[in-house]
Design a protein around this ligand. Structure first.
Ligand SMILES: Cc1cc2nc3c(=O)[nH]c(=O)nc-3n(C[C@H](O)[C@H](O)[C@H](O)COP(=O)(O)O)c2cc1C
Length: 196
């Protein structure tokens, strides 16, 4: 069975439409019987961003090659997964800061990527990252959208060749029934799940 790491950053939890979309996608994967889903709910983790001692501790551990320190557990788990699924809402043209803090903790030279004189090389095993998100407005073709764009580049940085974003959009505009917009996004999610 392929191991899927499902990173849940849907801050509004059960009220979140990003979560509803992601759970639909996960259900489609589960129906195939081909995947083992490992869930990581970021709201339940005590993640810290880098500052002062927490940053210095990282530098010291890396200098000593202590990659087995517990603070690197997120990076190890991410690097070992066969597939990555991330769910987060569209906030402030991107995604919630909590997801950025998680990514900050993932970027460990020697675990998720490697740098040498020839450049940067991804070390992650996964071959596909899927990002599921719900947006108040419509941004798919807008350069203002900086969440999916950033994650696509991070996937490449980690050595993950394929990236897909499934977005439910225009949910807060009020021009179309939310149920219909969600159905459209779910159809796309089902297609992506088939080709996962
Ligand atoms: C803090 C915050 C920031 C938001 N920023 C944007 C934004 O920049 N553009 C937009 O179209 N919608 C924005 N929205 C609306 C959300 O994208 C929309 O309501 C979405 O459905 C939220 O996803 P969720 O249901 O998974 O929580 C924002 C909502 C919140 C709470």
């Amino acid at each position: 069975m392929k191991k899927v790491l499902f990173v849940d950053c849907c801050i509004r939890r059960e009220a979140s439409r990003s979560k509803e979309l992601a759970e639909y996608f996960i259900q489609k994967l589960e129906e195939t019987g081909a995947y083992e889903i490992e869930r990581l709910c970021l709201m339940d983790e005590n993640l810290s961003y880098f500052s002062d001692g927490f940053f210095l501790q990282r530098e010291a551990l890396l200098a000593e090659g202590k990659f087995d320190h517990p603070r690197f557990r997120y990076a190890h788990r991410f690097a070992a997964a066969d597939k990555i699924v991330i769910a987060a809402p569209f906030w402030d043209l991107s995604f919630p800061a909590l997801l950025k803090v998680y990514i900050e903790n993932l970027c460990v030279d020697g675990i998720t990527f490697h740098s040498d004189e020839t450049g940067l090389h991804g070390l992650c095993k996964a071959d596909h990252m899927v990002f599921l998100t719900a947006r108040g407005g419509i941004y798919t073709d807008s350069p203002m959208e900086q969440g999916a764009r950033y994650l696509e580049q991070m996937a490449a940085f980690f050595g993950i060749a394929k990236f897909d974003c499934v977005a439910a959009e225009g949910l807060d505009i009020g021009a179309w029934p939310v149920v219909e917009l969600m159905e459209q996004a779910k159809e796309k999610a089902a297609e992506v799940a088939k080709a996962f």
